[in-house]
Design a binder for this molecule. Structure first.
Ligand code: ACO
Length: 435
């Protein structure tokens, strides 16, 4: 971050105050105006619901150029990481440490993560307390938060070693917890991790092995899962990441912070969109029903949205969507599902939406969730677990952002202010005088 020679001056038309504010330049992307002295100098706050014009922190992890449709992790384009960047654990190392690992660092990192894949045996009792039909995201909010009760030796957020150990534990144990949530929901026994398998293959094993039949690793499907994880690993200061940072700003432990991130991710406008996109496709049912559905989407009173379309930041094709579309073809070919009716429906819907004036004029393009649901369904992952897979992938991004925040000397407890529009001070009337 460097100071710009240019300054911003705020002056009021009635001449009551004027304030000069510094402007900072990042390495790429928009500059920012430092408004921290605004309240002291003018007695006013800024008003920015939804943070449309607010940079809440400085960060060197992920950069998005929404107009170009560009996504960089630590400077590397997502397309290169997904195609040439090795597996998901390499991306994890990159996000956490700032550089890609060399061969020795990679071996050590994989070894460390792998040694933490098991969860405390007592964790199973938390699962057993849930109804079998509980939503996996509710189970994950509870069980990830509960990890803090088991790992007291890594809760001192002021100790860099504790922060590192918590980060590794979260990355290593999330697949185990997500798979346990699934196994519990279908009444099958929990499957212990296998440390001879890769991160993604082990997850498939914990999801699909049973005591009677082991999961046979299919490299195409494992690669597809790995790509889903890489594409979802981080995404700058989105709602769930900002939630993790805000929770962490109070000094809360990392397990509690990630549980808060999972809660935020659950919403249909964020991580819940892949589940919602697939349900939408199922509801539309056939290509013939697309025009009627599109008419509903355009009708503002209907409340219907084209799920898997649109993004707060990307006003161009989501680069992750292109990669996920490719993976979709690969997986469906591998499984002989080229004629999958839902995929055909998705393709027809995408074509119509990309040509329709409503979507074109609003720069609404498919986002990654439009395709990730179809891929996950083909992998055998049930719809209700889609957002859980997203949480599993995003854990590394959350924890990297949390670690960055804790080490930032400018870090303060997050405390937004408000424009108060309620009643000014008044006296409590006796009950018989109330309307
Ligand atoms: N379908 C129909 N219309 C839409 C959609 C959509 N999916 N998304 C936005 N619009 C319209 C809005 O109605 C609005 O129209 P108007 O200008 O006529 O009022 C215009 O496009 C701008 O939309 P905003 O709501 O201002 O865009 P915002 O940036 O706030 O919303 C969001 C982004 C929440 C992602 C939205 O596009 C949406 O709800 N999409 C569907 C859900 C989804 O796919 N979410 C996944 C996000 S990606 C992720 O989390 C990995």
């Amino acid at each position: 971050m460097t100071n710009s020679e240019t300054k911003a001056t705020l002056s009021f038309s009635d001449g009551s105050a004027s304030l000069e504010m510094p402007i900072y330049k990042g390495s790429v992307g928009p500059d920012v105006i430092d408004i921290r002295k605004l309240y002291g100098a003018t007695g006013m706050f800024t008003y920015d619901p939804g943070f449309m014009s607010t940079a809440a922190c400085n960060s060197s992890i992920t950069y998005i150029d929404g107009d170009k449709g560009e996504l960089l992790y630590r400077g590397y384009p997502i397309e290169q990481l997904a195609v040439n960047g090795g597996d998901f654990l390499e991306t994890c190392y990159l996000l956490l440490n700032g550089e890609l690992p060399n061969a020795t660092q990679k071996t050590e990192f994989v070894d460390t993560v792998t040694k933490h894949t098991m969860v405390h045996e007592q964790m199973q009792f938390f699962f057993r307390g849930f109804r079998r039909d509980a939503h996996p995201m509710s189970v994950l909010v509870g069980t990830v938060g509960a990890l803090a009760s088991f790992y007291h030796d890594s809760l001192d957020i002021n100790d860099p070693h504790h922060r590192e150990v918590s980060a590794i534990r979260l990355i290593a144990k999330m697949p185990t917890l997500v798979a346990m949530a699934y196994k519990y929901s279908i009444g099958q026994p929990f499957v212990y991790p296998r440390n001879d398998l890769s991160y993604s293959a082990n997850f498939m094993h914990m999801m699909f092995s049973t005591p009677c039949e082991p999961y046979k690793v299919n490299e195409v499907l494992v690669r597809a899962l790995d790509r889903i994880l890489i594409l979802h690993a981080d995404h700058e200061q989105n709602a769930s990441t900002s939630t993790v940072r805000l929770a962490g700003s109070s000094g809360a432990n990392p397990f509690a912070c990630i549980a808060a991130g999972i809660a935020c991710l659950w919403g249909p406008a964020h991580g819940g969109a892949n589940e919602a996109a697939l349900s939408m496709l199922e509801e539309i049912g056939s290509v013939d029903n697309i025009p009627e559905f599109i008419a509903q989407v355009k009708d503002k009173n209907s409340g219907v949205k084209l799920m898997g379309f649109g993004h707060r930041v990307y006003k161009n094709y989501d680069p992750r969507a292109k990669l996920m579309r490719e993976t979709c073809y690969e997986v469906l070919n591998e499984l002989g599902l080229q004629d999958d009716p839902l995929f055909k429906l998705a393709m027809a819907l995408e074509k119509i939406a990309l040509e329709d004036e409503y979507f074109v004029s609003r720069k609404l393009y498919p986002n990654v969730d439009f395709y990730s649901g179809i891929v996950q369904r083909a992998l055998g992952i049930p719809t209700s677990l889609f957002t859980g897979i997203f949480a599993l992938a995003r854990t590394v991004g959350w924890i990297a952002q949390w670690k960055e925040m804790i080490s930032d000397p400018e870090q303060k407890i997050g405390r937004p202010r408000q424009l108060f529009v309620g009643s000014p001070k008044r006296d409590v009337p006796p009950i018989d005088q109330r309307g």
